[in-house]
Design a protein around this ligand. Structure first.
Ligand code: SF4
Length: 119
């Protein structure tokens, strides 16, 4: 049996959550959360952690040399580095509008990378 202490990031309250895992790495109990979202977050974080990916992409012919981008949905944590490498390879052509997909289906995850500003 192992214990994992987390801080829930699902809302600004930031409850301290403790998760108990059995030897197979399965969640046995979740305590400290004050709502269901905290339990979902803790289970996800212990079994299949994900993160939103926020970075920039090079722009050609724009007002600025880069445009900020983010993943349209959270990316499996273990793929973050590979996704960053993929994103670093591309250059988009200006003009770029907010919400434009700059990279579709990154690493076959089904997740698009979208612009969060204009360039
Ligand atoms: S457990 Fe619920 S109340 Fe606590 S930080 Fe998470 S979302 Fe907010």
């Amino acid at each position: 049996m192992a214990k994992k202490d987390l801080v829930c990031v699902s809302c600004p309250i930031g409850c301290a959550i403790t998760v108990e895992l059995n030897d197979a790495g399965e969640v046995v109990s979740v305590t400290g959360n004050t709502c269901k979202r905290g339990e979902s977050y803790a289970r996800q974080e212990c079994t299949h952690p994900e993160r939103m990916l926020c970075t920039t992409v090079k722009v050609e012919g724009g007002r600025l040399p880069v445009v900020p981008v983010k993943s349209a949905s959270p990316v499996p944590k273990e793929l973050l580095f590979a996704c960053m490498q993929e994103i670093n390879q591309i250059t988009v052509q200006a003009p770029v509008k907010i919400g434009d997909v700059v990279l579709k289906n990154i690493l076959n995850t089904g997740i698009d990378i979208v612009a969060t500003n204009e360039a």
